[in-house]
Design a protein around this ligand. Structure first.
Ligand code: FAD
Length: 478
């Protein structure tokens, strides 16, 4: 017996792309359903990504600052009595995750999105079956066929495996295991100096692990501006990170409670065998379409496993759109959200838009790193004549009062029009400050437009204003 339902819009996947699409769809008047097989809404981001990592980053920073930063501020702390309750730290993280995932479920109720807890698979281009997931509480009791006029595929991504290395999520872990370790490892080795590797490295470095990061490239920070990446390399080394660049991990095996791994220097060919208590594999993520039936209905998949779409998120069927990590572009939650939103607006009104030149990236280390728009390498590659304005936080009064002066704001502007082309920030609260750059870029502001906006004093945001002044003229405080 198969029960069947019909909807105007069915969204497959309840992560940032999917839940934004579903809520927006319901708000626009579609009879909307969302299928999610994880048991919790919010996808990678809320369950095993952005949210748990930021809870650990914030609290580990506070712990580190209480231990190492208080005395010079005139606060006396008896270090012997400062203790880490690792279990408590993890429990708080779990609490935040369940509050936020539960919050999305409440929003579904509020806006009238039907939530199917189960595994979605296309039967044909107009029909999806929701199947029960073994052992999942609250899962659908039987197969339910859903017909719909419109579909959004938002099935996200999964950890990219490292060929030859078996992840057991205990000693050899992905980011998911690293977010739920049972104890602080004495030695943590990380493959990959991208954002996830450096964020998780920061958490455990602050909690007392000896952290070694191995990176295949000759620099850390993947797509970060070179100058920013070089600054962060210095800053993180000062915090205790060991970096091995040009380092190719050849093998890794667990023996009991330790992991032995071999690294080859790609320049010299020299190999060394090292040991860690936990090895984190953080080499990236790949699109996820397992069990979706995408190939069965003839959807195109490229060589990287991404679902192929046109500039209106359409697959070969205009009523099946795709959003988020499972398709092109940076694997970021806010990019996924924007796409989910735009895809549904396109269904409803024929209009919907994401500006791919202005998707901010943030690394939540301390200091934070944030950027949007073009970096210098890209501008040179594209033969664009540009000017640079830089302002260091050491010259910003609020950063001084906060004793948090590492880093700078760098603004890149068109040499002729002085329009802002990119912003790159290393510094306190860079992740918040980048919103100003995004707004400026979106509205085509010039450096002078930004500089002539009155910024409150004393705030970190004055560094943004002064960097803009430096770009077209001169700053005042430096
Ligand atoms: P996902 O969040 O992966 O959601 C897809 C959902 O679809 C999943 O829940 C999955 O169970 C479900 N699904 C898949 N197939 C089916 C099916 N057939 N039937 C039913 N359900 C299905 N991004 C940021 O912007 N900022 C950050 O700070 C940040 N930190 C991160 C930290 C870590 C450790 C990780 C791993 C990622 C982080 N990200 C961050 C990336 C962010 O999590 C992703 O970009 C985002 O979750 C993508 O959203 P999505 O909706 O496309 O996919």
């Amino acid at each position: 017996f198969l029960s069947s339902q019909s909807h105007d819009l069915v969204v497959i996947g309840g992560g940032p792309a999917g839940y934004f699409a579903a809520i927006k769809g319901a708000q626009l008047g579609f009879n909307t359903a969302c299928i999610e097989k994880r048991g919790k809404l919010g996808g990678t981001c809320l369950n095993v990504g952005c949210i748990p990592s930021k809870a650990l980053l914030n609290n580990s920073l506070m712990y580190d600052q209480i231990l190492n930063d208080t005395q010079k501020r005139g606060i006396v702390v008896d270090k012997k009595n400062v203790n880490l309750d690792f279990d408590g730290l993890m429990k708080y993280k779990d609490k935040v995750v369940s509050q936020l995932t539960g919050g999305v479920e409440m929003l579904f109720k509020k806006y009238g999105v039907t939530y199917y807890k189960g595994d979605g698979e296309f039967l044909n281009e107009n029909e999806v079956v929701v199947k029960p997931v073994d052992g999942l509480e609250g899962t659908v009791k039987e197969n339910i066929n859903l017909q719909a006029k419109n579909f959004v595929i938002a099935t996200g991504s999964e950890v990219t495996p490292f060929p030859g290395i078996t992840i057991d999520e205990e000693r050899i872990v992905s980011s998911t295991g690293a977010l739920s370790l049972k104890e602080v490892p004495k030695r943590l080795a990380i493959i990959g100096a991208g954002i996830i590797g450096l964020e998780m490295g920061s958490v455990y470095n602050r909690l007392g692990s000896e952290v070694t990061v191995m990176e295949y490239q000759d620099k850390i920070g993947s797509s970060m501006d070179d100058e920013v990446a070089a600054t962060m390399s210095k800053v993180l080394k000062k915090q205790g990170f060991n970096f091995k660049t040009n380092a190719k991990v050849v093998s890794a095996t667990r023996s009991g409670d330790v992991v032995d791994f071999t690294v080859e220097n790609t320049k010299t060919g020299k190999q060394e065998t090292l040991q860690a208590d936990v090895l984190l594999v953080a080499i990236g993520r790949r699109p996820y379409i397992q069990g979706l039936g995408a190939e069965k209905i003839g959807l195109e998949v490229d060589e990287s496993g991404r679902l192929v779409i046109d500039n209106q998120y359409n697959t070969k069927f205009p009523h099946i759109k795709v959003a988020g990590d499972v398709t092109f572009g940076p694997m970021l939650a806010h990019k996924a959200e924007e796409e989910g939103f735009a895809a549904v607006e396109l269904f409803k009104t024929g209009h919907g838009h994401v500006n791919y030149n202005n998707i901010p990236s943030v690394m939540y280390t301390h200091p934070e790193v944030a950027w949007t728009g073009k970096n210098e390498k890209e501008l040179k590659r594209d033969d664009i004549n540009y000017k640079v304005g830089k302002f260091p936080f050491i010259a910003n009064s609020r950063a001084k009062t906060n004793m948090d002066t590492e880093g700078f704001v760098k603004i890149l502007i068109d040499a002729e029009t002085e329009r802002i082309l990119g912003a790159h920030i290393v510094g306190p609260n860079a992740g918040e400050m980048i919103a100003e750059a995004c707004l400026a870029l979106e509205y085509g502001a010039s450096a002078e437009d930004i500089a002539r906006v009155c910024h409150a004093h004393p705030t970190l945001s004055e560094a943004f204003k002064e960097a803009s002044m430096a770009a077209y003229s001169q700053p005042i405080n430096f």
